[in-house]
Write a protein that binds this ligand. Sequence first.
Ligand code: UDP
Length: 490
Amino acid sequence: MASEGQNHRLHIFFFPFPAHGHMIPTVDMAKLFAGRGVRATIVTTPLNLPLISRSIQESIALGLAINLVSIKFPCAEAGLPEGCENADAVSSYSMVPAFFEATTMLQEPLEQLLREHHPDCLIAGSFFPWATDSATKFGIPRIVFHGTGFFPLCVSESITAHQPFKDVVSDSDPFVIPNLPGVEIQMTRKILPSFFMTDEDTFLTRMFKAAKQSVVKSFGVVVNSFYELEGIYADHYKKVLGRKAWHIGPVSLCNTDNKEKSYRGKQASMDAQDCLKWLDSKKPNSVLYICFGSRSDFTENQLREIAMGLEASGQNFIWVVRKSKKGNKEEGDGDQDEGWLPEGFEKRIEGKGLIIRGWAPQVLILDHEATGGFVTHCGWNSTLEGVSAGVPMVTWPVSAEQFYNEKLITEVLRIGVAVGVKKWVPVVGDYIEKEAVGKAVKAIMEGEEAEEMRNRAKKLARMARETVEEGGSSYSDLNSLIEELADLSK
Ligand code: UDP
């Protein structure tokens, strides 16, 4: 076995950025590596620990060597409220720099662990630019995990290198993304992350710059994607942009039974069995699943508009609502004002629609045969989970690199329609009217074009499953990576 050198079992440290969109796929990755005989140690912070331990318990019971260790998150030192250890607890944009600053203080305790445990490799999130130096200190390779795919990585590199947004006069003028293979992709300044277009020297701009530089100095990049999905962009990233990278996804497919699928991330707010029972009562491809990831939020007006759009569309649906936080109230708090729900809404939709307040067992729902469409904020994990489930998507990007993923879904893969968001915002989504919601939803659920999108999506889903099977491209790339690391560790 590749991981078994002479009497030496390859030991990898996984250090995910403390946000669900990074932690969930990293845990899946650790399970995948452990499944090939590697010893995996996941490093996290105390409040994130229970989230991870739940999702690895099945694998540990099966005998996989996955270990979990925690280091203190310096909330007070960074000026954050106690308990703010995960990006989903960052309730305002003004807290973002302090949160990132706190993560830089994890360097010393992480190095202490590297000193004690002597792993052979460190796979760390891209927002820890310093992790490359830490690994170098201990003579081991650092691999970067961005948590996103090849297409968005290529777009991001192109925008940084060529700054095409400087060639247009207004924020809504389109420009072409230069030096990108495949179909021509146009964007506007309005949908670019704000930190791209500022010349200001802030902690965040320095951090993003350092993150890009650390990729060049690192051993390589591990990507949660598969060649059949975005091969031309994988080739471009490796051969033209010169990055060493391995595609090993979709990593979510390592979760094969319902328990594993429902234990990803937070504790689900609705029992997985109840969810399945509800879905079992519906016809194949007749339910729309609506979820905007772990961080995006909307105003009450927007939530009401979504509710009305969904009702008017006449579709069955499961809608996950992370309610806007008010004061200190946590999401899912039953006492919270429910002014965002139209009068009598839940009564009217009984049997047809289901609202999950808080956290849903997403992959379990997407993989059910009754689920036939996905309204998504286009986070990379959700995008890939939608692809793996073979469902057409309504794209509703909010922030991060989600607008790039929207282009991949609607223009490259042609398995979705855009709801029509025009503006990048850090957390709280842009406003879309109920008519646009209803129209987009119908476009992926009914009619000939919906059928064509569904067929293309189903084909990709089949390829996703094949690529992680023995002999598949992602399966082989993971083997190659393990072999290279095993050679280095000798
Ligand atoms: N997720 C989930 N239930 C929820 C919300 C999110 O299981 O109610 C999972 C989802 O399956 C995905 C991750 O959380 O694996 C979100 O990652 P993504 O990249 O899609 O978005 P982010 O939260 O990073 O914006």
